[in-house]
Ligand binder design. Sequence first.
Ligand code: FUB
Length: 312
Amino acid sequence: SHQIPIKIALIVFSVSYSFSQNPLIRDQFSADPSARVFGDKVYVFPSHDILATEGKGRKDWFCMEDYHVFSSENLTDWTDHGTIVEQNKVAWVKPDSYSMWAPDCIEKDGKYYFYFPSTIKDSLTNVRGFTIGVAIADKPEGPYITQPLPIENVRGIDPNVFIDKDGQVYMYWSQGNLYGAKLKDNMLELDSEVKTLGDLPTKGLKEGPYLFERNGIYYLTYPHVENKTERLEYAISDNPLGPFKVTGVIMDESPTGCWTNHQSIIEFKDQWYLFYHHNDYSPNFDKARSIRADYLNFNADGTIQKVIPTLR
Ligand code: FUB
């Protein structure tokens, strides 16, 4: 009968229709989405942009004091599980720094490890600036217990953690360039020298590394400023720490001038997705952003097809 194809068409239509909802979070700003599949849900760990006010944060700059986590079974209806980590409750974070930048979260042996950058208290080190801390929970939505000190020998922002098929854990981060190192099984200490991920474009800032593996190819993805604003690019390797070969562009520069972009890539129910952000709800101030997602597709040779953002 003709009924089956019509039914399939309706299902396909309703799936893609229901997911055409960007931005994903509509009652607050959100940025730098790190999406993860845990069980039958997608969890997103974004940064949380707020607007600086008198005495709170720096005017015209990023202002971030905590993190929320969100989950969804269908990428359309999102549950906000509330605040999981707050700057003023982390022992090593400089009070009132409002610098809780792009985080990541990963599961290992039934525990959830949440990695986040912020600026460290002057009394704890003679090195100024950003470093990376960890908080641990038994469930993705928390409660998270923060470690008293950040990870030793790491300076920078935008942590990303990857566990290879052989169980080896790697951490990536950025400070103008991209860096990577092995992590110990305890998920809290480096287990190798820090490697500068060279072979990437030498001109322009690179940040926000996010590494994933598919069919034996390691994809190192990163925002890179080639011209005016960040575009999402990727390089590939047969090894998690490279050498990498610059391969292509995942998403072009923002057509409306949002300076940052920040990505994560997951496979959920046999479809790959790119998570990223744009300043949908703040057209005149690009440090109040909103997270989004769109389908991501691969060519037969493993290269990534460019994603066109579904901007309104
Ligand atoms: O959200 C603050 C910073 O802007 C992030 O850490 C960068 O990746 C960029 O998105």
